[in-house]
Design a protein around this ligand. Structure first.
Ligand SMILES: O=C(O)c1cc(C(=O)O)c2c(n1)C(=O)C(=O)c1cc(C(=O)O)[nH]c1-2
Length: 571
């Protein structure tokens, strides 16, 4: 049943998030994953219970947050589907579905969600297509080719909408893809600009790639895929996007720092030109992708508010960076938040690390390092709560890796990381106490305030924080969805879902009632890593698969008029 009415999404609405809606993956452009809604609180969270659920009918890892616009919910699933639902009742509105082309295969069968602009819903698929759907009917308005899947590129990221452009970057860092971010016109689907994560010869940054000799073409297959949605400083018009790992994984096959691999780049949304960058670590040799854009915050410095960014990176370090109106990034400080055995020091002025050579895998030379390829934190979203001033980080510690590289000639469409998956060895102590957990970090003092750890699970869940000092998270193999006291880390509520939760939780409101929503559906790397732990450490293996949208609310006997007062709308 197509929608009769729909509220078009404008730049004004995206830049000033409405508490009752969740219009983009992380809830706001700053990347906070935070809801200002106040109905669900520490006092009543015990009564939180499901009000409706919806089975997607799809297996594989569900990594998309529900996106909600004035009572309509859009959920993207693996295998090119988008489901539109009535966010209050869970009734179907429409479903979009597209088959993969013949002979298609990809690496991570997942999707991280839709973007909204105007009267359209945008979703990108593993088969490299960006599709615009009519938000009312689900009918295709246009389709655009973003990348070439026959070359090993694929898309898992949610697109980002800024100023009438839809931005999206493909994956493929293990397939010799040269990473990029592209912008398309939201109305017509016409390609607008491309930012290349690895500069071509002659471009700024190209001096950090080999110019001659055996590896002179390394830049063409250099990796740096931009496979996660970036953040946006809407006040100053600056995009901040994360850039992935180097390809192949062996840094000695591309001598040099290799900009902009393992960096955050500041881009002009109008034309995709680069304003500045910060590289977390040079000559990446660990698959420590920096695909997560730093969270945009303000720090209290000398009694003033200072525009800044904070980011728990895959390399196991927590970075604080400065940013200016013009998009200039500066290094403030970095410290480990999990064990990193590679950085022997980090220059306090520049942030440039020095490496312990035994921890650097090379071609024909084994390297042993912590954290492993999955990093101190993989893709799941950290959350910032401006009221507690804390950053909540889903993390994994106490896992290391060893591997030896080789020259693996690139065959388009085939794995060419310079080491086969079967030749990488995860190293974890027999009596490891924990791997996954959540850390709460005071962004001003840079100190850890609390941590919760899980005895027999990695942590694959994104965090949602609330104005009522709660946080919500899934991410563990026991299928739990949990609420914690944001200040103390005390668990206040939990609910066992159909599967493990690896999609980000969100919140929205309709008619004055607040809902917490999350999709449960274990798969891709969470399942891969769990499988290794089951085989080698006897952890639970059989986490059931299959996607289900869960929507929760607290018991509330207030009259609807009263509820509407409790949750003011901006419009
Ligand atoms: O280099 C890449 O292009 C790329 C892409 C993806 C992806 O698109 O999901 C992942 C990774 N790398 C990766 O390194 C990784 O650990 C990872 C975990 C997951 C996941 O969905 O659980 N995707 C990816």
């Amino acid at each position: 049943e197509p929608l009769k009415t729909y509220s078009p999404v404008t730049q004004q609405r995206l830049s000033n998030p409405e508490p009752e809606n969740w219009l983009m993956a992380k809830g706001n452009y700053a990347g906070w994953s935070y809801t200002p809604l106040e109905q669900v609180n520490a006092g009543n969270v015990k009564s939180l219970r499901p009000v409706w659920s919806y089975s997607t009918g799809v297996t594989s890892g569900h990594e998309a947050p529900p996106i909600v616009n004035n009572g309509v919910m859009y959920v993207a699933t693996p295998y090119n589907q988008v489901i539109a639902m009535d966010a209050k009742t869970g009734e179907s509105v429409w479903r979009y579905k597209r088959d993969f082309p013949e002979g298609f295969s990809a690496f991570h069968y997942t999707n991280r969600g839709v973007a909204l602009w105007g009267d359209k819903v945008y979703v990108a698929g593993l088969d490299c297509r960006l599709v615009a759907l009519d938000a009312r009917t689900g009918k295709v308005a246009w389709e655009a080719e973003v990348c070439d899947w026959t070359q090993g590129a694929y898309i898992t990221s949610a697109p980002v909408a800024v100023n009438g452009k839809i931005m999206i970057g493909p994956s493929g860092g293990e397939f010799g893809v040269r990473g990029f971010l592209k912008a398309f016109d939201a109305e017509t689907g016409k390609e607008d600009w491309t930012f290349w994560a690895v500069p071509a010869p002659g471009q700024p940054g190209s001096e950090t790639w080999p110019k001659e000799g055996r590896w002179k073409d390394a830049w063409k297959i250099g990796g740096g895929t931009m496979w996660m949605p970036g953040n946006y400083d809407a006040k100053n018009g600056v995009l901040y996007w994360g850039v992935g790992n180097g390809s192949p994984w062996l840094g000695d096959q591309r001598p040099g720092d290799n900009l902009y691999v393992a960096s955050v780049v500041a881009l002009n949304p109008a034309d995709g030109t680069i304003k500045s960058h910060f590289q977390y670590h040079w000559n990446d040799s660990w698959d420590w992708a920096a695909m997560n854009a730093p969270t945009l915050i303000e720090l209290d410095r000398d009694g003033k508010k200072m525009p800044a960014m904070i980011s728990a990176q895959r390399n196991g370090y927590l970075y604080r960076l400065g940013r200016t109106e013009g998009g200039q990034i500066s290094f403030l400080d970095a410290r480990p938040f999990v064990k990193n055995t590679v950085f022997s020091s980090v220059d306090p002025k520049t942030g440039r690390p020095t490496y312990n050579q035994a921890g650097v895998p090379g071609t024909g030379r084994a390297g042993t390092y912590c954290p492993s390829v999955w990093g101190g934190k993989d893709w799941p979203y950290e959350s910032f709560n401006p009221k507690t001033g804390m950053l909540y980080v889903p993390f994994n510690d106490n896992h290391c890796m060893t591997y030896e590289g080789k020259v693996q000639e690139r065959v388009p469409g085939q794995w060419s990381a310079g080491v086969d998956i079967t030749d990488i060895k995860l190293l974890i102590d027999k009596d490891v106490k924990y791997i996954g957990g959540i850390q709460a970090i005071d962004v001003n003092t840079n100190k850890e305030v609390w941590r919760d750890t899980y005895a027999k699970s990695w942590m694959w869940g994104s965090i949602l924080s609330t104005a009522t000092d709660l946080i919500f998270a899934g991410g563990t193999s026991d299928r739990m969805f949990r609420a914690y006291d944001a200040k103390s880390g005390k668990e206040l509520w939990s609910f066992k879902t159909n599967s493990g939760i690896i999609a980000p939780p969100i919140s929205y409101a309709i008619d004055g009632k607040q809902y917490i929503a999350v999709v449960s559906g274990w798969g891709v790397d969470s399942a891969l890593v769990q499988g290794i732990m089951a085989d080698e450490h006897g952890w639970e293996k059989d986490v059931p698969q299959g996607g289900t949208v869960w929507v929760f609310a607290v018991d509330d006997d207030k009259a609807p008029e009263k509820r509407a007062e409790a949750i003011p709308s901006r419009r």
